[in-house]
Design a protein around this ligand. Structure first.
Ligand SMILES: [Zn+2]
Length: 97
């Protein structure tokens, strides 16, 4: 069952670009925060504001990418559940007895 889930996900043409975008966006956000916080005291206010803005943009990009990735994966599992109603019905029937 778990292996079946995995092969379905790997064969999907959307999983890879969505997961890569999420990972890249999250990494860029982390890097933006590192830049923002490193040597913060020695920086001009204008430079600080610019880095804050860049970090906020990166955070939003990561958030959007995360929502898209999660939503897409959830759609896989919804589809798998619909494909295997009998198996679920049988296990529900068994556990109810
Ligand atoms: Zn997929």
């Amino acid at each position: 069952m778990a292996q079946n889930d995995q092969s379905q996900i790997e064969s999907c043409y959307l999983c890879r670009p969505l997961s890569e975008e999420f990972a890249t966006a999250a990494r860029l956000y982390a890097e933006a925060v590192v830049l923002l916080t490193a040597n913060a005291a020695n920086r001009s206010w204008q430079e600080h504001r610019w880095l804050c803005h860049a970090a906020e943009q990166a955070r939003r990009r990561a958030e959007v990418a995360g929502v898209a990735f999660e939503g897409h994966l959830a759609s896989h599992h919804d589809r798998l559940r619909q494909q295997q109603p009998e198996a679920e019905d049988i296990s529900r029937y068994r556990s109810s007895r």
